[in-house]
Design a protein. Sequence first.
Length: 195
Amino acid sequence: MTKIEKKFVNRKKHAQGNIRVLERIFTRINIDNIKNVLEIGCGVGHLAAYLNKNYEMNITGTDLDEEQIKLAKKFHDISDTLSFYQANATHLPFEDEQFDMVLSFKVLHHIPDWERALNEINRVLKPNGIYIVNDLTGSSWLVAVLKLFMKKNRIFTTIQVADFLQNKKFKILYEEGPKGFIIKHFSMVFQKYSL
């Protein structure tokens, strides 16, 4: 991520937008049994810290960028219920079926191998666990054009994400969007089937 992008995503205003989206989603799903939460791409940790402060949840934030994790630890009080780690979303350093919920807010499009990241999310998520993705996507024609020019396809359609996860035995609980013309914002909530 460039320094300009970091300045934008590290602003409290950006975090407040993510919090509003998450609170809206929480009114649509049952979070009573959610105790252990993983946030992928936590940046400086504003969303993770908000969840930790306002809900009885143990929050683990991860980010690939070491500088972002250092800032998260500087800005927020680390405790038994709030922690931050440098980690690659395609190789998460956690046990299988460790988390009740996984969040990724505007990070999936930064991951060159987003399918591998979704496989890792599947691995660390408990049966009946919840995955909430809020991200940017392209229109189907934009994705098709970009595939011609990119080695790794970072851009995807919501249909591709939904199909990938449904093939991994997830079901859609709730979705918003995509809204926009060329680049679109969307939110989707998936639940992993229990075995």
